[in-house]
Design a protein around this ligand. Structure first.
Ligand code: ADP
Length: 356
């Protein structure tokens, strides 16, 4: 059965732990498949594949071959111990994307500002090692984080702007150097930032992840107790294909991070002079559809508007103002807070996100 691959999860059913039990007697071979979803669309084809494998393996068996399919009991999420430097952080949220250029960093920065405006204590860690953009988006270029002794060790002090504590690999390297960094070097630097940044007490630490799936993602989930992930995408079909890969990565066995929601960025274009008009230049509601198909909530739809881009370039995120688009990010922040609260209540009913 080790050769039967679950088409969606991309691994064989044995290493995925989907074979719940095998019982062999003279009269019956009974196999129970424990699928993660009751309505797994591949249930029937997997059942048939197992039957075929057994019939092949025991050609002379005259008893009955019975394959049962049931939904597996939900897995307990294993969380690593909180490491010291993030010991005061209540929720760590990975902001990810399937591919580059979809606005992941823009959404992360504005979400951080909107959460801070709603009274939460917020930090952002720019882990987008190959293209750190937080220094520019927060108008913090040239900032050199000081170090401060605490409990016999050195902590790096994050910048603070718009109520958000900001730490970026970009504070330490020239933008042109980032491109030539190699995997191990980049992940080591990131590891140091993770463990040595003096975040203090935070309700949310957002992590601006590198695009796609790779080493840095693994490092982050291994080193930090990530509460959940938010995936940003445009509605475009090609971007969505990569989102599916991202969802699969977060849900995979070694990672096990719940995907709290999707954010559809550049959902439509609205020109400043025609604020009522919506042009669906990347297609309409692709993320919304994907959210329905994957059973992951759509946390928000952000339009493509010039002021978002200008806000990032000028170092004043649009969520800092009271424009219509700024309010879209407040709504997004509220939905994310709700999703996190729900998640934490599911894990432990006494744990709640708290405002200042
Ligand atoms: P990523 O982090 O996914 O690579 P960025 O956040 O750097 O993407 O965004 C890519 C470019 O698109 C930037 O120039 C950014 O200012 C712009 N951008 C992102 N989202 C929007 C939006 N909703 N409206 C207008 N411009 C946007």
């Amino acid at each position: 059965m080790g050769g039967i691959v679950h088409p969606e999860l991309g691994k064989d059913i044995v290493s995925l732990g989907l074979v719940g039990g095998v019982a062999i007697t003279d009269a019956t071979i009974r196999v129970t498949l424990e699928l993660r979803r009751a309505n797994d669309p591949f249930a029937v084809s997997l059942k048939r594949a197992v039957e075929a494998v057994l019939a092949d393996a025991f050609p002379d068996y005259v008893g009955k071959i019975a394959i049962y399919v049931r939904e597996a009991a939900p897995k307990k999420v294993e969380r690593p111990e909180m490491k010291t430097a993030t010991g005061g952080v209540r929720n760590i949220i990975a902001v990810a994307s399937g591919k580059g250029g979809v606005g992941k960093s823009t959404v992360a920065a504005n979400l951080a500002v909107a959460l801070a405006r709603s009274g939460r204590r917020v930090g952002i860690l720019d882990a987008d090692i190959y293209g750190p953009s937080m220094p520019k988006m927060f108008g913090l270029e040239g900032f050199l984080p000081p170090a401060e002794p605490e409990d016999g060790r050195e902590l790096i002090v994050p910048a603070e702007k718009y109520g958000v504590k900001v730490m970026s690999i970009g504070f330490f390297i020239k933008p042109t150097d980032a491109l030539v960094w190699r995997g191990a070097m980049a992940t080591n630097a990131l590891r140091q930032l993770i463990h040595q940044t003096g975040w203090g007490e935070l309700d949310f630490l957002l992590i601006d992840m590198p695009p796609g799936t790779g080493d840095v993602h693994l490092t982050l989930v291994q080193e930090l107790a990530v509460t959940g992930a938010v995936i940003v995408s445009t509605p475009q079909q090609v971007a969505l294909a990569d989102v599916v890969r991202g969802i699969r990565m977060f849900r995979s066995d070694g990672i096990n991070v719940p995907v709290l929601g999707l954010v559809e960025n550049m959902a439509w274009f609205t020109p400043a002079e025609l604020p009522e008009n919506k042009y669906y230049i990347f297609g309409k509601e692709g993320c919304k559809r994907l959210a329905g198909e994957t059973d992951i909530p759509l946390l928000g739809q952000i339009p493509l508007v010039q002021s978002v881009c200008e806000g990032s370039d000028s170092g004043v995120p649009i969520a800092e103002g009271d424009s219509v688009t700024g309010r879209t990010f407040s709504e997004l922040a509220a939905r994310l807070t709700e999703a996190v609260e729900k998640r934490n209540a599911d894990l432990d009913p006494t744990r709640r996100v708290q405002a200042k």
